[in-house]
Write a protein that binds this ligand. Sequence first.
Ligand SMILES: Cc1cc2nc3c(=O)[nH]c(=O)nc-3n(C[C@H](O)[C@H](O)[C@H](O)COP(=O)(O)OP(=O)(O)OC[C@H]3O[C@@H](n4cnc5c(N)ncnc54)[C@H](O)[C@@H]3O)c2cc1C
Length: 488
Amino acid sequence: MAETHVAQQPGTGHAVVIGASMAGLLAARVLAGHVDRVTVVERDRLPDEVEQRKGVPQGRQLHVLLARGLAVLDRLFPGFGRDLEAAGAVPVRLPGDVLLSSKAGWIDRRAPGWTMLSASRPLIEATLRRRLLQLPGVAVLDGCEVTGLRASDDSRLVHGVSVRRVDGGDDVRSVDADLVVDASGRGSRAAHWLADLGYPEPGRTQVDSHIAYASRLYRIPDGFAEDWRAVILMARPPHNPRSGFLLPIEGGRWILGLMGAAGQHPPTDEAGFTAFTRELSEPVIAETLARAEPVSDIRGHRGTAGRLAHFERLPRWPERLVVLGDAVCAFNPVYGQGITTAAIAAESLDACLLAQRRRRPAGDLDGLAGRFQRELARRNADPWMLSTGEDLRYPSTTGMTASRVLRAQHRYFDRVEIAATTDPAVTEVYARVFGMLDRPTALFRPRILTTALRTRPVTVEQMPASAPVAAVPAPRAPMEQRSGVRAR
Ligand SMILES: Cc1cc2nc3c(=O)[nH]c(=O)nc-3n(C[C@H](O)[C@H](O)[C@H](O)COP(=O)(O)OP(=O)(O)OC[C@H]3O[C@@H](n4cnc5c(N)ncnc54)[C@H](O)[C@@H]3O)c2cc1C
């Protein structure tokens, strides 16, 4: 992993960030190391407590913070992981604490892997927001919507944004900025705003496996103490396109996330939702939840297509505007890459700003924005390739077709998964690639390659029926005793 340095000496100037979700908060953090003032403009009124909000509808669904993402958050906000755990996030070792059923069967649990801090999406965001707002020079303008960009007469450079209070009629005011960062998510208006300034539309790639989510919270039963903390039952496309994730979160609760591709969407009514759990590849989730009390409604979510906007390919790009996060690259979320990719984007922004300072010590930002968009495209390439490549296993996927090379890669990855059911050295690399700690090319290292190529494809009937036992068994205490936050 390329290390970047967060500048500690603020320069001068004012940066505006559009959107106070994960990508915006992380971008604001690195900008605070480079400019005097950072203003984050957010359409929602931001809650003081850990709460769902309208602008992040995916917040009710299960969110996994991958190892690489947590490492970046911890570097940008030292002690972030400690704060998250103190707020109730539950440490879960992957694979040690997880019953993980892959296309090839149960993944071996003996590898050291990495530790995820499992929490609700609102808790992750609220913890990050609290840390950001402790930084000098950072302010949030919430309840305010950015309605457009302010630019020079020749549209060559962006020098601010137009802002409207969401509850304040049609009054629009402008906020000047030396740098504008659009982190407004899948619904970003950046392309329209650029068109208003006379820039061409960026090309877009959309790959959609038409996966839908449904999630629900449960109270973890008193005295629950298995040798696992979480269960992940992955889809086995094309035969079984249904996945289920059962993860512990703050407040002594489990979050159950169900996902299904087109024609197999998880229902949001009581009976259908429960029936769906019984149709997952293994019965463990259905059996476990038969003893657990639901403590929330069932919430569905659609709109999970992978979407990539090719801003970096535009022949012209305005100075002082950068776009990042889901606004540029949004993934099919089942692979858990969104927050981590936003964190990597923030690191890239930091590195580009540092390089700019070396290149132009007087502080001028010419060339920075275009260079950043090109660097971001390079950084997004791996997770995009991995997620769309896996999406193309589903017959329902639209937007791209599987090439012969990709089909060969699928067959090879299938063999890696088979090896990962019995060989901890392979499981370790598999877990690290899943956690984005290693690049997917790690799966082609000689040790993995020789082991994988020696495996024989297995059929569903040949898969081991019983889940593997942990090398280091038994949680330290029943999970509900370890969570600091009370359930709502
Ligand atoms: C169902 C689902 C499950 C997911 N699961 C995972 C997971 O397990 N792990 C993971 O890492 N990622 C997951 N993701 C992705 C993750 O939620 C995003 O990648 C992450 O939130 C970063 O997004 P963002 O900050 O770019 O945009 P968003 O989170 O969409 O936030 C955009 C923000 O901008 C604000 N905004 C929008 N327009 C304006 C405007 N004009 N003016 C002011 N404010 C504005 C919005 O109110 C919002 O706060 C999931 C996504 C979905 C849909």
